[in-house]
Write a protein that binds this ligand. Structure first.
Ligand code: PGA
Length: 237
């Protein structure tokens, strides 16, 4: 696991973005695994800017999102809406090649990914409790795409996007930890002090109580941190 500590969110977006752009130039049919949340927004803005300046072309790229709410009454809070308004509406990826897990496809989402050739680069954030996607603490390391009941920590964290905490859906569908581990390359981004403990736990443990710690078993992971998220790291790589 390679850990890169950056001075700003902008620098992370640039470094991670340049890596993705390079991969798309090498392989225009790249399969991207995408994440929602506040963390990847600067990265998506960087990709949009580069698309607008003709530095990258998404016309043959395929994407699979990590997760999506179930039984969500507010479509503007769906992860599909988030991806459309933060990335897809501003680049030339064909919308029909952007996939999300759902209650209809979750049983064969892993198979869909496989048929597309597998995920070349998966982008991940991390929850305060160490979750990746909606794989909450205790999720089996061999899990495939599945339906989950969200923990109180996650519901509380996600309430900031809703009018009230009661509007946050209690269920979601997520790629499993094994699904994520099948990706050929993984970029995990964490920014802010509220992620520092999860990052420290991820690097120190290998334990279902910190789902992100499974990534230590992956051959090709780059972790981008700002100084706040790296606060508790003793050995800076
Ligand atoms: P955030 O969410 O980027 O909004 O902090 C990350 C996550 O919960 O995985």
């Amino acid at each position: 696991m390679k850990v890169i500590i950056c001075d700003s969110k902008r620098q992370i977006a640039q470094k991670a973005g340049d890596m993705i752009i390079k991969r798309i130039r090498e392989n225009p049919y790249l399969v991207l695994g995408l994440a929602t949340g506040s963390t990847p927004i600067p990265l998506y803005q960087y990709l949009v800017n580069n698309y607008q300046n003709n530095k990258v072309n998404f016309e043959n790229v395929i994407s699979f999102n990590l997760d999506e709410y179930l039984d969500n009454n507010d479509q503007m809070q769906s992860y599909r809406y988030f991806m459309n308004t933060n990335l897809f509406d501003y680049i030339n990826i064909p919308i029909k090649k952007t996939f999300f897990p759902s209650k209809h496809n979750y049983k064969y989402y892993d198979e869909l990914i496989k048929q597309a050739g597998g995920i070349d680069i998966q982008i991940l954030g991390i929850g305060r409790n160490g979750h990746i996607g909606f794989n909450e603490p205790g999720t089996a390391f061999d899990s495939k795409t599945h339906i989950v009941k969200l923990t109180d920590v996650t519901i509380k964290d996600n309430a900031r996007f809703f009018n009230s905490i009661d509007d946050v859906p209690c269920f979601a569908v997520t790629m499993g930890l094994n699904t994520i581990m099948q990706s050929k390359e993984i970029i995990l981004i964490a920014t802010g002090k509220n992620k520092a403990t999860a990052i420290k736990q991820m690097l120190d443990n290998y334990d279902v109580n910190c789902p992100a710690s499974i990534l230590k078993n992956h051959q090709n992971v780059t972790v981008y941190l700002d100084n706040d998220a790296a606060e508790f790291l003793t050995k800076k790589e």
